[in-house]
Design a protein around this ligand. Structure first.
Ligand SMILES: NC(=O)c1ccc[n+]([C@@H]2O[C@H](COP(=O)([O-])OP(=O)(O)OC[C@H]3O[C@@H](n4cnc5c(N)ncnc54)[C@H](OP(=O)(O)O)[C@@H]3O)[C@@H](O)[C@H]2O)c1
Length: 261
C-alpha cells in the first residue's frame, strides 16, 4: 500500500535514538522528509545522516524540549528547513523510576516539562503549519502505563494519562481543520534508555534488572519486548493520508501486554 507520505514533511521530537528515531526512519523509508531533535549534537548528527541516506531531506535541531522556548525553536527551524510541517510526532520523554517519597520536586518538574508539557508547546507552535497542510497529522507517543497499572512507573503514568487526555481534546479542537490527532502506546520497547531504567526499576521492585526484563516479556502474549522499528511501522501508517478516519484514538502496540476487553 502506498501510504502517500512521499514529499510530506514531519517533525519528530526527541529523535536521535529509540522510538523517535525509529519513527523518523520509518517515515523516511516512505519518502517523507524529517526534522529530528535532541539535546546531544553528536548522536543527532549521526541520526540525521542515516535518515538523509534514504534520499529524503533531513535536518537536525539541537534544542532542549523541556521548555516552551526549546519547543518553539524546534518547530520554527523544522518548518523553515523542510518548507512546512504536515506531521508532528510528539515523542520526547523518559521515565524517572521511583516512588512518591523518593522522586524530588525538581525531578518531577523536569520530567513533566519534558514528557507532558512539551507535547502541549510543540502542538501549539505546529498548529499554524499543520493548518496549511492538506492532511495535517499529530501523533502523540504515550504508553500503556497511562491506561493500566505498571508498578514502578509512577512518573510515566502521570505523563501518559495526560497525553491521552490531551490528544482527545486536540482531536476535537482541530477536526474542523482536517487535522487528526492520535496516540500510539508502545509496550515495553527495546531502546537504549532501558539499560539504566531496568536497573532503577529493579531497585524499586527489590529484584534484578534481568528479572524485570523477563517479567515484562512474560506478561505479553507474544512473550517478548518490542523492537523500535515495530513501533515505527505502525506510526507511519497512523500519520499517513491512508489513515483518514481515525482521530482521538489510542493504538496499543504492546504485544498483548494489556488484557482488558
Ligand atoms: N522504550 C519504551 O519501552 C517505551 C514504552 C512506552 C512508551 N515509551 C515512550 O516513548 C518515548 C521515547 O522513549 P525511548 O525509550 O525511545 O527514549 P530514549 O531512548 O531515551 O530517547 C529519547 C530521545 O529524546 C531525546 N531527548 C530526551 N530529552 C530531551 C529534551 N529535554 N530535549 C530534547 N530532546 C530530548 C534524546 O536525546 P538527548 O538525550 O540527546 O536529548 C533521545 O533522542 C517516550 O515518550 C517514552 O515515554 C517508551
Amino acid at each position: 500500500m502506498d501510504l502517500g507520505l512521499k514529499g510530506k514533511n514531519a517533525a519528530v521530537t526527541g529523535s536521535s535514538q529509540g522510538i523517535g528515531y525509529a519513527i523518523a526512519m520509518a517515515l523516511a523509508e516512505e519518502g517523507c522528509n524529517v526534522a529530528l531533535s535532541a539535546r546531544g549534537k553528536q548522536r543527532l548528527e549521526q541520526a540525521v545522516a542515516a535518515i538523509a541516506a534514504r534520499n529524503v531531506k533531513s535536518i537536525g535541531v539541537v534544542c532542549d524540549l523541556s521548555s516552551s522556548a526549546g519547543c518553539k525553536k524546534f518547530v520554527d527551524e523544522a518548518a523553515a528547513g523542510l518548507g512546512g510541517i504536515d506531521i508532528l510526532v510528539n515523542n520526547v520523554g523518559g521515565m524517572v523510576p521511583g516512588t512518591v517519597d523518593s522522586i524530588s520536586e525538581e525531578q518531577w518538574s523536569q520530567f513533566l516539562n519534558t514528557s507532558l508539557l512539551s507535547y502541549v508547546w510543540a502542538t501549539r507552535y505546529a498548529i499554524p503549519h499543520l493548518k496549511k497542510s492538506k492532511a495535517g497529522r499529530i501523533l502523540n507517543v504515550s504508553g500503556i502505563s497511562g491506561t493500566q497499572l505498571l508498578p514502578g512507573a509512577l512518573t510515566t503514568t502521570l505523563a501518559n494519562a495526560g497525553i491521552i487526555g490531551l490528544s482527545k481534546q486536540m482531536a476535537a479542537a482541530l477536526a474542523a481543520d482536517g487535522i487528526t490527532v492520535n496516540n500510539i502506546c508502545p509496550g515495553l520497547t527495546n531502546t537504549e534508555s532501558w539499560g539504566p531504567r531496568a536497573e532503577a526499576m529493579a531497585k524499586v521492585r527489590n529484584t534484578t534488572a534481568d528479572e524485570v526484563r523477563k517479567g515484562i516479556a512474560a506478561q505479553t502474549m507474544l512473550g517478548r519486548w518490542a523492537e523500535p522499528r515495530e513501533i515505527g511501522a505502525v506510526a507511519a501508517f497512523l500519520v499517513s493520508e491512508r489513515n483518514a478516519y481515525m482521530t482521538g484514538t489510542t493504538v496499543e502496540v504492546c504485544g498483548g501486554l494489556t488484557k482488558y476487553i
